[in-house]
Design a protein around this ligand. Structure first.
Ligand code: ZN
Length: 195
């Protein structure tokens, strides 16, 4: 039997997750090495499954992110929740050397998690409208205008490239296990929702 060898997802505490990643030399994007890293990232993200992954999460300190959200994944979550989160499907995106900027002052507070911080969630405030420019896996310039949940995923993945985990950005007293996700928030914590 042929087994696909998948890279392990690196967990919090590994130094690669806590230091900035390096730019990819645009001339190198077409190389077998970088293309293989991208393929591995997509496989690891889908296998997890997750909606985004940054190269440091498979132990590679390079500025590459992948993200994807599907109608199937979204269907597993309650409809009122995905509506509040403005979560809509989008096709696989691979962005090399992404640069993110916010496009409005609108923000939202929602629980998020991370494949590198398995089994936990916390509320994180994120911008609702962002623009990301970078290079595609063919080395072509790309620009992504995103809002809602896709904007959150982009911010989360770009943070990974700075060595920042969501736990570095969260509202600390909202941190909890996945099992306890629906238990009441401590007093003074911001309620999930847009601002
Ligand atoms: Zn993450």
């Amino acid at each position: 039997m042929k087994k696909t060898i998948l890279p392990d997802i690196v967990k919090a505490g590994d130094p690669v997750l806590h230091e900035p990643a390096r730019e990819v030399d645009p001339k190198e994007i077409g190389s077998g090495r970088i293309q293989k890293i991208i393929d591995d990232m997509v496989k690891a993200m889908r296998m997890a499954p997750g909606v985004g992954l940054a190269a440091p999460q498979i132990g590679i300190p390079l500025r590459i992110i992948v993200l994807e959200d599907t109608a199937e994944y979204i269907g597993y979550a309650p409809k009122d929740e995905t509506k509040a989160q403005d979560r809509r499907p989008f096709d696989l995106l691979v962005i090399v050397n992404p640069k993110l900027k916010k496009k409005s002052n609108r923000t939202a507070f929602f629980f998020e998690g991370c494949l590198s911080v398995d089994g936990f969630r916390a509320i994180v405030e994120r911008h609702l409208d962002v623009e990301v420019v970078g290079l595609s896996r063919d080395g072509q310039p790309i620009k992504v205008d995103a809002s809602g949940w896709q904007a959150r995923i982009l911010q989360h993945e770009c943070d990974h490239l700075e060595g920042t985990l969501y736990v570095d950005q969260m509202v600390p007293r909202t941190f909890r296990t996945v099992e306890n996700l629906d238990l009441p928030l401590a007093e003074g914590c911001p309620k999930p929702g847009s601002r």
